[in-house]
Write a protein that binds this ligand. Sequence first.
Ligand code: PMP
Length: 300
Amino acid sequence: MALVPFDDRDGQIWFDGALVPWREAKLHVLSHGLHYASAVFEGERAYAGEIFRLRAHTERLLASARLLGFEIPWTAEQIDAACRQVVAANGLVDAYVRPIAWRGTEQLSVSAQQTRIHLAIATWAWPNLFGDNRMKGVRLDLANWKRPHPETAPTASKAAGLYMIGTLAKHAAEAAGFEDALMLDWRGQVAEATGANVFFVMNGALHTPTPDCFLDGITRRSVMALARRRQMEVVERAILPAEMARATEVFLAGTAAEVTPVRRIGSLEFTPGQVTGTLLRDFEQLVRTAPAEVERTAPI
Ligand code: PMP
């Protein structure tokens, strides 16, 4: 299938306060965000016209920017409205939404105090990250690249620069015939996949790594709420790679991946089972629930 480049599509993109034709949503090559990775972004999904946990995503976007030392010049209310506007303007109901904020062109040096902050929001139809492979379970290779210490990088920020590690890990996994990589952190503990958090079913309880050096995903927190609603025990803790063999089921959770069963990590095999199936269906139902009801029935 031929890839349609992202700069040559029909539609509209919200750019610094107004909708512009898709092909005209451009920035200059001498943008600070491009050279020095001073950019933060979000990944959201609209289901049946409603963006799932929109306010949580918007708040994380604002917080990600502050962690990189800049303030996005729009309020949470304005960003929420812009996200909804761009989905509607493109005639989409089930869609992926990508807000991104970056430092502009006023200064091109490590110091960037005088740069203007820009915000753009695009949206497109994007079925599940793992496509047709998803339901039979994906295969993860153990990455050589590690999630860094929080004093080495702003790890709580959804910062563009951190994805350099993810792309390297994912390309290595793909070259070895896997769909994605499972990364350890700098201590050697299990961290996350390149764009999703990881869960293990052990003795009927749900175990997931403590997110102290990687993103505490909104999907992750939603899945934990759903599991507790089902009276499952949920354990956040340090998980060592040697423990993974004890898991009876493994799955990923993230906006693009949604809930995706895992059938292999390195040489370990897993069979997608009942817990994964139940939480996957609960999540599919939750994302199509009215926003106020989502906050009431599965608070995160
Ligand atoms: N970790 C990484 C590295 C990610 O890119 C994502 C996707 N944003 C997640 C975890 C999951 O986060 P969320 O559920 O909020 O999409």
